[in-house]
Design a protein around this ligand. Structure first.
Ligand SMILES: NC(=O)c1ccc[n+]([C@@H]2O[C@H](COP(=O)([O-])OP(=O)(O)OC[C@H]3O[C@@H](n4cnc5c(N)ncnc54)[C@H](OP(=O)(O)O)[C@@H]3O)[C@@H](O)[C@H]2O)c1
Length: 270
């Protein structure tokens, strides 16, 4: 799928998120011999992937480093990793709330530094990853990082780093909100009399099928909703409840705003 994988990929941390990214890359043909995972537990990751518990003496030329540990660990990680970095070391950080300026200050030898905000479906190649970098990163490096991320799903470059918390609220936190929606749809079905197990299966399949349909449709989801609702019919009657006073929109705006605000508070150390 991807024409030119990085010569060498070092994952610093390989938990829920970085693990999903690596799993997809391996599924798409990344040679495990090109990958090293650094994780304190030393737990194996996948056949052929080297796992280490401490930093190597040197990084192979042109290594791409994926920072995939927790954001609060950046100081300790940078103290050990920065001395190994050269101008051709590429850094991709998925650390929520860690700014590009902070990364540049910590990894001053590296020219190409990209922030990425993936979400969990990247493991299926159906994720969303927001990317941000600045003018110091070479154009070729931007293209190479985008090519690395593309097998994970949708890639969106963000023009303004200040929007990272908003983007994280939408697509980073979004899977949890959608899980909640699916569960609520199922429980609402149960509340009006459908057996619970059936309602659960039907709610999930309805959301999955509708998302697939919306992705293929020429019309936007907003237009589709109205197109499938005949005047005076059942769907319209239900939509009227969701639409009254923009109830659903207001609920989701409040939800994203709360997640965004928490991101901003965490960035201030709260
Ligand atoms: N989860 C999400 O949905 C999501 C979405 C977007 C971005 N992120 C970002 O992804 C990062 C990781 O989150 P996560 O949910 O994947 O966390 P996680 O599952 O707890 O994984 C953390 C990883 O960091 C490793 N680690 C711990 N201490 C370390 C150290 N001192 N040096 C190097 N590695 C260390 C852990 O090693 P062991 O495996 O050996 O314990 C583990 O592999 C965070 O920065 C978060 O902001 C997460």
């Amino acid at each position: 799928m991807i024409q030119s994988w990085p010569d060498h990929l070092l994952l610093v941390g390989c938990g829920n998120m970085a693990g999903q990214m690596l799993s997809r890359w391996l599924d798409c043909g990344l040679d495990p011999a090109r990958v090293t995972v650094l994780r304190p537990s030393g737990r194996p990751v996948a056949d052929g992937v080297a796992v280490v518990t401490d930093y190597p003496d040197a990084l192979p030329a042109g290594t791409t480093v994926l920072l995939g540990m927790k954001p609060y660990q950046i100081a300790a990680v940078a103290a050990a990793l920065a001395p190994l970095c050269a101008a051709d070391t590429r850094i991709v950080s998925i650390l929520a709330g860690t700014t590009l300026a902070d990364l540049r200050a910590r990894f001053s030898a590296a020219r190409d530094i990209v922030r990425a905000m993936p979400n969990l479906p990247v493991g299926l190649g159906e994720g969303v990853t927001a990317l941000f970098t600045d003018a110091a990163t070479a154009t070729q490096a931007k293209a190479d990082v985008a090519a690395l991320i593309e097998p994970l799903g949708l890639v969106e470059w963000i023009a303004d780093e200040a929007l990272f918390n908003q983007v994280t609220a939408l697509s980073g936190c979004g899977p949890a909100f959608l899980f909640r929606f699916i569960d609520a749809l199922a429980r609402a079905g149960e509340a009006i009399g459908i057996p619970a197990d059936q309602a659960a299966r039907m709610a999930l399949a309805t959301v999955q099928g509708s998302a697939d349909m919306a992705a293929r449709a020429a019309d936007s989801p907003g237009v589709l909703a109205d197109k499938v609702a005949s005047p005076g019919g059942m769907t319209r009657e239900g939509l009227n409840v969701l639409d009254a006073d923009d109830r659903l929109l207001a609920l989701l705006t409040d939800t994203l705003a709360a997640a965004r605000d928490r991101g901003e508070a965490m960035a201030r150390g709260a």
